[in-house]
Design a protein around this ligand. Sequence first.
Ligand SMILES: *Cc1c(COP(=O)(O)O)cnc(C)c1O
Length: 386
Amino acid sequence: MSEKRIDKKRIPLSVPNLKGRELEYVTEAVRTEWVSTAGPYITDFERQIADYVKVPEAAACQSGTAGLHLALRVLGVKPGDEVIVPTLTFIAAVNPVRYLGADPVFMDCDDTLTMDPKKLRAFCETECDFQNGILTDRQSGKRVSAIVVVHIFGNLADMEAVIDIASRYHLKVLEDATEALGSYYLSGRYQGKYAGTVGDLGVYSFNGNKIITTGGGGMIVSQDPELVKRCRFLSTQAKKDIVYFVHEEIGYNYRMTNLQAALGLAQLEQLEGFIRVKQENYDAYQEEKIPLLPFRSDIRSNHWFYSYLAKDRDGLIRFLDEHGVQSRPVWQLIHTLRPYLKNRCFQIEKADWYYDRIVNLPCSTSLSREEVTQVAALIRQFEMRQ
Ligand SMILES: *Cc1c(COP(=O)(O)O)cnc(C)c1O
């Protein structure tokens, strides 16, 4: 990994960009010896993220995965429940369902790569019974309690449709916005609303490959401050009394550290600049005759990841690798992975189609125009040989 990073000729898929005030803030955290889960940067970072996405409250945690775990628990997902999830996603969007002893039901995507609301509705209507405010999966007899929507690659799901279905069937909605910090709706009912702020709770990730990074980290947001405070409470071992250490519930050690938050604040200062570069490089690929999957036209997308539809996915990835360019297929569909083979799937078709074709191309914010030209030329060269 480090060898590849030093080798100037290799073009990585997505790497951090730490050329702002990261060193200054982290140094300050070390100098003041506030390095752990207390310190001024944590609350600063929470406030600044909350202000940026226009919500009253945000809770910083150790990772996006930890955030999703806390959020599902706070939304009331119980052992034996079912939770509707996408199959085309990173596995961290699904594992927390299992952490809570519940079972995922896998849903297909539409052409935005996010959950297909028509199929979501069809599942609730045709496969479930709705009585006394409870949706029950007829096949398993289990209560369906929540939906996890993932805003894949910085695109946004059709939250109007999702929220309508969720309200109709009394389902909680968790937005996995780990890839979509900065994306927002330009029109419609949620005009001006950021990814993660429409559902009951939303979660961002600051893992190394995300649009901004804290090394590892996450943030939970909501329009309802009480839900966020409850997540924060559980993230700090559910400590009721800070002097006598009274705990009346089982919590977690999931709080972000001041060191991570120092990095996060420096990164957040650059977020809008990063989004601009992502957008420019996305446009540059197309100018170089490399068509990329579009983002919805009614949103401002953060353009986090670029998807190219290849005729020979694995051949192209190998060819690019041989020429010093890192690319990747989309994640193997979660319903085909060993831990989830027995779980229920509903009409999965499009996800298979996209899985066979998508190649994610280099998209780091440090990617230069010349590098885009270079990658594009390689792709054209490969496609011509076909
Ligand atoms: C990155 C990511 C996560 C998990 O975030 P971590 O901070 O790495 O735990 C969850 N869901 C999706 C879709 C992701 O891309």
